[in-house]
Design a binder for this molecule. Structure first.
Ligand code: NCD
Ligand code: ZN
Length: 353
């Protein structure tokens, strides 16, 4: 029998880009409708590198939650992150941990993706910060791609495991690491089999699409994100990992809003805007694997358990009421196109309690 609705503990998004100012105000409501908390990425311009900046950013996010959603009883807690640089000190890590508001530090290899120019050039420069994180139990979120131009763009994640991640984890065996937005069979296997505290987030686009989607009948920039979509065998390995029930895998959309003209461009930005239909997209993927019963743990349990935070207690219901993904949404200086615009979804977010 196919279920006509599914009610789960309210999920959290463990990897989200909210931007700032009017852009943040435009995209935040989509997340608040579905998620109780989100790990908010620090790659603003300039990046969030200090605890004080993270506290100020958190206050701006809280102030931007629409009053009508609060009136409906929805609350939203931003879980902040710091952007690791060659200069991040052990004292800054201690302040971040003591704040209770910063829950992770993000490693972007310099130049790996959008706004990563201030990222880490050499992990040896981060030894004291990483030691402090390991001691305090502060999570390191990793964008796992090498940036070497000689490495094929489709191989950058698997080469990162061999050249960076294994050594990093040997040096800091107790460091709690989330391998963000994994895209390959190699990453899924590594996270499943490795010793010690490691987990991974998986996006809706990497569960639903292979790299063919970027070239379907022409060049489709709204399917371009980093790490880039991979071959079908990798998509299948990710779907298997997400639906396996293994607590090391959990939900992180990597929803990354860019105004339409900056994506439909001769040099288009990387990032898929999945926030408006995040849960429906994930549910579509889980249903394709006949694993609806595994969705709640992936979306609502494994993330808080790894981050050592309480699970949420309120619920959200999705019903089997079909809908078509909108062509675009309003966004400052233009519009924004959601992932899979125009496609049909079998599910729809209904009510929260
Ligand atoms: C992200 C962005 O636009 O900030 N883009 C993306 O393709 N995922 C950066 C990132 O997470 O790599
Ligand atoms: Zn991201």
């Amino acid at each position: 029998m196919t279920a006509s609705s599914i009610t789960i503990i309210r999920p959290d998004d463990w990897h989200l880009h909210l931007r700032d100012g009017p852009q943040m105000a435009a995209v935040l409501p989509y997340t608040v409708r579905q998620f109780a908390r989100a790990i908010v990425m620090p790659n603003l311009k300039p990046p969030i590198t200090t605890t004080q900046q993270a506290l100020d950013y958190a206050a701006r996010i809280r102030a931007a939650v629409p009053p009508e959603l609060i009136a409906q009883g929805q609350s939203f807690e931003p879980l902040m992150t710091l952007y690791l640089t060659d200069q991040t000190s052990a004292e800054e890590i201690a302040r971040a941990h003591a704040s209770g508001v910063v829950h992770a530090v993000k490693l972007y290899p310099a130049g790996a993706t959008t706004n990563s120019d201030s990222g880490v050039t050499n992990l040896d420069r981060c030894t004291s910060a990483l030691e402090a994180m390991q001691r305090l139990g502060l999570v390191l979120c990793v964008h796992g791609e090498v940036t070497d131009a000689a490495v094929d763009v489709f191989d950058r994640e698997s080469v990162f495991i061999d050249q960076v991640l294994i050594t990093l984890r040997q040096r800091f065996p107790e460091l709690r690491i989330v391998f963000e937005h994994i895209t390959t069979r190699q990453a899924a296997d590594y996270v499943r089999d490795a010793d010690g505290p490691i987990a991974a987030t998986i996006t809706p686009q990497h569960l639903l699409y292979s790299r063919n989607a970027i070239f379907q009948g022409g060049l489709r920039p709204h399917w371009y994100c980093l790490p880039v979509l991979k071959r079908e065998v990798h998509r299948q390995a990710l779907l298997q990992a997400a639906t396996s029930g293994n607590p090391r895998f959990f939900l992180g959309t990597d929803s990354a809003p860019h105004e339409r003209s900056t994506k439909e461009s001769s040099c288009g930005c990387a990032g898929c805007f999945s926030a408006p239909y995040a849960l429906e997209l994930y549910l579509q993927a889980f249903e394709s694997a006949d694993a609806l019963d595994r969705f709640e743990a992936f979306a609502s349990f494994h993330g808080p358990d790894f981050y050592r935070l309480p699970r949420n207690t309120s619920t959200i219901t999705l019903s089997r009421i079909g809908q078509q993904i909108a062509d675009h949404f309003p966004f400052p200086s233009g519009s924004i196109v959601p992932l899979a615009s125009g496609e049909h979804l079998a599910w729809r977010v209904q009510a929260s309690a």
